[in-house]
Write a protein that binds this ligand. Sequence first.
Ligand code: ATR
Length: 285
Amino acid sequence: MLNRVISGKIKICGIIGDPIEHTMSPVMHNAAFARMGLDYLFVPFRVRKEGLRQAIDGVRGLNIRGLGVTIPHKVAVIPLLDELDPLAEKIGAVNIIVNDDGVLKGYNTDAGGFLQALLSRGVEPEGKNVVVLGAGGASRAVSFILAERGANLVVVNRTGDKAKELADRILASFHRETQALKLDGENLAGALSQADILVNATSVGMSPNIDGTLLPAKLLKPDLVVCDIVYNPIRTRLLREAEEAGAKAVSGLDMLVWQGALAFELWTGLKAPVALMREEVVKVL
Ligand code: ATR
C-alpha cells in the first residue's frame, strides 16, 4: 500500500506495454526508491500500439523522468526518441528511456542485465562457446551483448532462416562469425558437445506450460552454465535438470532484476539495491 506524502518535487518513472497487468517493475522500483529515500514514484501504463506516439509526447509534456518499455513497443518506440545508446541501436530494440530535460534517450538494459546476471554469478562469457536457443527479440539482446563481450556464438532456432538472419546481423555489427543451426536433436547434441554456456532465449518452459524444455536432459553436463530468460517459474524445468546434472543454473529472475537495477541507475544516478529488488520480485512470484 502506498503510504507516503506525494510532494510537488516528486519524479515519476513508469513502464509502458500491452498487456501490463503482470509487470514486476513497479514492485521492484518502488521498493528501491523507498529504500534509497528517493522522492520517486513508479507507475505502470497500459499503452496500446496506436497510442505509443501520444504516450511518448506525454513523457515530454509531463516531464516524466524515465520509462520502461515492453511488448509490443520495444522496436516501434525507436523513431520517437532523440538519442540511442549504441548497443540499443545495434540490437534495434529499446527497453529503457531516460528523459534529460526533454531529451529522450533509449537504452537496452535487457542486454546489459543479462551480462550482469552472468558476471554476478562469477561467469565471464569472453572467449567462451555459447549456445543460444531462439532468434527472436530476447535472443537478439542476449546474443548481441555476448558477441560484444567476445563470446563465440551458436544460434539454434526452430525456424532456421531466423537463426541465419541473426547470425548475419551479429557478423555485420561485431565482425564475429556466428554459427546458425536449425533446432533438431543432432544439431543440439553437436553444439552442446563444445559448449561452455547454454542460454534458453525462447519462451519455452514459461508458466503455464512449465513442463516444456528444448534441451534433452541427457545433453546436460556438470561443466556447463545454463541460463534461462524465463523467470516464471523461477526454477524452470531446464534449470532444474541442469542442477540435477551438476551444472550451474542462472535464472531469468537474475536477468530481470539486473535489467531493473541498470535502469534504476540510469534514472537516479545511484547504485541500485539489487538484493532488495530481487527479494521483492520473489515475493510476488
Ligand atoms: P521474444 O521477443 O520474447 O524473443 P519472439 O520474437 O516471438 O519473442 O521469439 C520467440 C522465440 O522463441 C523464437 O526464436 C521462436 O522460434 P521461431 O523463430 O521458430 O518461432 C522460439 N519459440 C517459441 N516457441 C517455441 C517452441 N515451442 N519451440 C521452439 N522454439 C520456440
